[in-house]
Design a protein around this ligand. Structure first.
Ligand code: C2O
Ligand code: CU
Ligand code: CU
Length: 468
């Protein structure tokens, strides 16, 4: 029983007019949300934006200024807010002192637009990224640089932003939406962002664990407050933009409805007390305001042991606060109806699979090798359906990511996945195996697959899938 949320037995659609832009019928953006990229196109179904990556000086923490890398001057960068079917044109300028790319993490797009390490943009150069957002891909994604061996540094300096793809026909009733981008960072005394020397003790721990920082940010803010009315339901989209931190998300004892993942909504909402959000992963949640005016509950990151014993941080069992959800004194709102069925996800059929790929995660290596951009690790054809069996043989978690194509999880350690979802991130816990199924619908190219602990990725825990 989903207490607190009213679920309809069928799937009624509220007759909501498709907003031409965020301004129509939607609440003012929350001050703690990242800005939205301005659409400069006058054409229908076209989103044309300008993004510049450059060095900037921002106040990340009270009383200190930090030199950062920023997209359009903000950390996180402005949100790319689009609808299914939109044609997206991004005029990108690299004003950084080093080569970079923009990778559109999770978006199904042509190889030329992937912004992978194969497509670096030199300092001072511009590049136009162009792709069309496919029907059925409404969901939460994000963008970040993907330069060869520098991704962890570039994201750690502040380059990441959210992507929201709205559905042409959303099964959820219209409600206040929040994009919540989680990141963590480490600062030196003078306010600058701290990166350890590779040869130092901390550098060694970072290479092993993935770089973690003690300061946790929500959209670049430390412990912001989000307001909600008693009885109000809000739709939260969470993005984990951290290099290594895996968040075990909970709302101090309250439940929420888990309605979606990387590639959009589930078939049915699930009422849960906590969610594991691995690096690069996204979730959609429905959160309900409860209690008298002034009631505060806290979104927390509970302890999760992803670590190898040798480098497990001494304080790993600390619960960390992320944001405060505060009930306002405004009138109680009537409960809204959440449909019991959100959408149909057609299962990929294992009997159609023409190959089983075995991917073995060692520490920093995949199938015994480190990344070589001139090598193809998996070669296949457009239209093929394949099963990937991903085994983690070491004593720490490694989050698997595939570019270009969303997959479905078949089972984890032999246990069939209880519900269907489109995914591009999957945590593979220490000493465990998961099986996924993927169909390379279209878009030939050389697609990366890798561990999304950025330090592992940068040290070569990555391979190339060639789809011909
Ligand atoms: Cu989020 Cu290959 O990246
Ligand atoms: Cu990606
Ligand atoms: Cu890893």
């Amino acid at each position: 029983m989903l207490s607190g949320f009213v679920l309809a037995l069928s799937a009624p659609r509220t007759a909501h007019t498709a907003p031409a832009s965020r301004a129509v019928g939607l609440p003012e953006p929350d001050p703690s949300s990242p800005p939205i990229l301005v659409n400069i196109s006058k054409l229908p179904k076209t989103v044309e934006v300008n993004i510049t990556a450059a060095v900037a000086t921002l106040s990340m923490q009270p009383g200190a200024l930090s030199e950062v890398f920023a997209y359009n001057g903000s950390v996180p960068g402005p949100t790319l807010d689009v609808r299914e079917g939109d044609h997206v044109i991004v005029h990108f300028r690299n004003n950084l002192p080093e080569p970079t790319t923009i990778h559109w993490h999770g978006i199904h797009l042509p190889f030329e637009a992937d912004g992978s390490p194969f497509q670096p943009i030199a300092p001072g150069k511009t590049h136009d990224y162009e792709f069309t957002v496919r029907a059925g891909t409404a969901g939460t994604y994000w963008y970040h640089p993907h330069p060869d061996r520098r991704t962890g540094f570039a994201i750690g300096k502040g380059l990441f932003g959210g992507i929201v793809v709205h559905a042409a026909d959303d099964p959820l009733p219209s409600m206040d939406e929040k994009l919540i981008i989680l990141s963590d960072n480490r600062f030196l005394q003078d306010g600058s962002i701290g990166f350890a020397e590779a040869a130092s003790f901390t550098g060694g721990v970072d290479e092993e664990n993935g770089r973690e920082g003690p300061v946790l940010f929500v959209n670049g803010h430390v412990m912001p407050t989000v307001s909600i009315r008693n009885g109000e339901v809000q739709r939260w989209r969470l993005v984990n933009a951290s290099a290594g931190r895996i968040y075990r998300i909970a709302l101090s004892g309250h439940t929420f409805l888990h309605v979606g993942s990387d590639g959009g909504l589930f078939e049915k909402p699930l009422e849960v007390k906590e969610i594991l959000l691995t690096t690069g992963e996204r979730v959609e949640l429905l959160v309900r305001g409860t209690g008298a005016a002034g009631t505060r509950i806290v979104l927390q990151d509970l302890p999760y042991d992803r670590y190898a014993p040798q480098t497990r941080p001494a304080d790993w069992q600390t619960t960390r606060d992320l944001l405060t959800l505060q009930t306002t004194g405004e009138a109680v709102v009537n409960p809204i109806t959440i449909p019991a069925t959100l959408r149909k996800i057609t299962p990929l059929d294992p009997s159609k699979s023409t190959a089983v790929r075995t991917i073995v995660f060692g520490q920093g290596i995949i199938n015994g090798k480190t990344m070589d951009m001139s090598r193809v690790d998996v070669s296949t054809r457009v239209g093929a359906t394949e099963i990937w069996e991903i085994e983690n043989i070491v004593g720490m978690d490694h989050p698997f990511h595939l570019h270009g194509f969303q997959f479905q999880v078949l089972d984890r350690d032999g246990v069939p996945e209880p519900y269907r979802a489109w995914k591009d991130m999957l945590n593979i816990p220490k000493h465990s195996t998961a099986r996924i199924i993927v169909r390379y619908d279209d878009y030939p190219g050389k697609w990366m697959f890798h561990c999304h602990i950025l330090d592992h990725e940068d040290h070569g825990m990555m391979g190339v899938l060639e789809v011909r």
